[in-house]
Design a protein around this ligand. Structure first.
Ligand SMILES: *Cc1c(COP(=O)(O)O)cnc(C)c1O
Length: 394
């Protein structure tokens, strides 16, 4: 078995596990016992791939960005997750988890959301399947992300404000957990990244692994070889990166580059660069790397990009960092905004600001003319137009 896949105890190296309150144990245990059999069943596979094709719009193209390649002096391919229905990779996971919820016989769905992207992807598949959907969102985030709140409502979801603490993502997560404890029998909790107690990180990674499965086939068709020199992806919790890395984890010739948000600078006090600033600890049910104070309080993260504004990373990524299987780079707000504007002008593609972090990292890498690089373009920039406008400079 690969040392980069989760082991039978739910660990990646020394990271992962399931650190949950006792009252959550039956829910997580049911999932742990049943997820693999469901995900690998013929029925699930058929429905999942049919929806990915007809509803999400997969396979997403692998696009050789010629003008960007010329600028950077290497062959740069973009994996176009921005073309997925709802505008990002997140729907790959929610489509899979809604089918899993149905297979488990659950009628109700809950989710937490920060910026609202995962909430929208969850509300979307609940509408598709006619299931009741409650999304917890920090009250501060609801103010900041009004269009996504309205999208979720339009899709038929109920958005419940989390009023405790800093009224942001971690408080929304606490509320969702509390809801799940009180409604274990009929409710499935859809987590939006490769975080949370085992089996969530493995489950979400498997559902996003379609990204690298397609990459291999598409690169082979275009270049005659399945393996690029580099795969580059941004990391918030790490689900798009996990999907982009998945089928390359045991190919040592493929260098994996994970890109974190440095915010206003790694040492500025306003950053979300977890591997640079974090230490091992427990966050949202798993042991991982997280940003924390001397006495172990979780530090408030910062990034211009709402999707990367998370104080930890999933346990798989903590292990990829620890084992040096992946390289980690940090990109500032300014570097990401420049890269986003550059891609818009060079290729006619306005990227999500999260994805712009992955693009900006290319400038830090010493690329050779012969290098083949795949960048996972996790999402489109429509949702970020206001941030681009405020930033200006284009
Ligand atoms: C949510 C989001 C991310 C960050 O989440 P991961 O789990 O790290 O992938 C990155 N890009 C986009 C477009 C997103 O919406």
């Amino acid at each position: 078995m690969s040392e980069y896949r989760v082991n039978e105890h739910g660990y990646y190296g020394s990271f992962g596990g399931s650190f949950i309150p006792e009252m959550l144990y039956p829910n997580v245990e049911e999932l742990r016992e049943r997820y693999l059999a469901i995900l690998e069943s013929e029925d699930f596979q058929k429905q999942y791939h049919q929806l990915l094709r007809d509803y999400v719009g997969r396979p997403t193209p692998l696009y050789l960005a010629e003008r960007l390649s010329e600028r950077l002096g290497a062959s740069i391919y973009l994996k176009r997750e921005d073309l997925c229905h709802t505008g990002a990779h997140k729907v790959n996971n929610t489509v899979g988890q809604i089918l899993l919820a149905k297979a488990l016989g659950k009628q109700k769905i809950i989710a937490e959301t920060g910026a609202g992207q995962h909430g929208v992807a969850t509300a979307t598949v609940c509408a598709l399947m006619g299931l009741e959907c409650i999304v917890y969102m920090g009250q501060v985030d609801m103010e900041r992300q009004k269009p996504n709140v309205e999208r979720m409502k339009l899709l038929g979801a109920e958005v419940r404000p989390a009023m405790s603490g800093s009224r942001t993502l971690k408080d929304a997560t606490n509320e969702a957990m509390r809801h799940w404890i009180n409604n274990p029998a009929d409710t499935h909790y859809i987590i939006g990244s490769v975080v949370g107690p085992h089996p969530y990180p493995d489950m979400v990674a498997r559902l996003q692994a379609i990204i690298s499965k397609e990459m291999r086939a598409q690169l082979k068709e275009k270049t005659g070889t399945e393996n690029p020199d580099y795969v580059v992806a941004c990391v918030g919790g790490g689900s798009n990166a996990a999907g982009a890395f998945y089928h390359y984890l045991d190919e040592p010739s493929v260098k994996l580059i994970a890109v974190e948000a440095a915010g206003k600078g790694v040492d500025s006090g306003e950053s979300a660069a977890t591997t640079f600033l974090g230490k091992p600890g427990v966050l949202h049910g798993s042991k991982t790397l997280l940003m924390q104070t001397e006495d172990g309080q979780v530090t408030e993260p910062y990034s211009i990009s709402a999707g990367l504004d998370y104080p930890g990373i999933g346990p798989l990524h903590a292990h990829l960092f620890d084992s040096k299987r992946a390289g980690f780079l940090a990109v500032t707000d300014a570097q990401a905004m420049d890269a986003g504007i550059r891609l818009s002008k060079l290729e006619g593609i306005i990227p999500a600001i999260e994805s712009a972090h992955a693009l900006a990292a290319l400038e830090q890498m010493e690329l050779k003319k012969s290098d083949v690089v795949i960048v996972n373009l996790s999402g489109r920039g429509d949702k970020d137009l206001e941030t681009y406008i405020k930033w200006g400079g284009y």
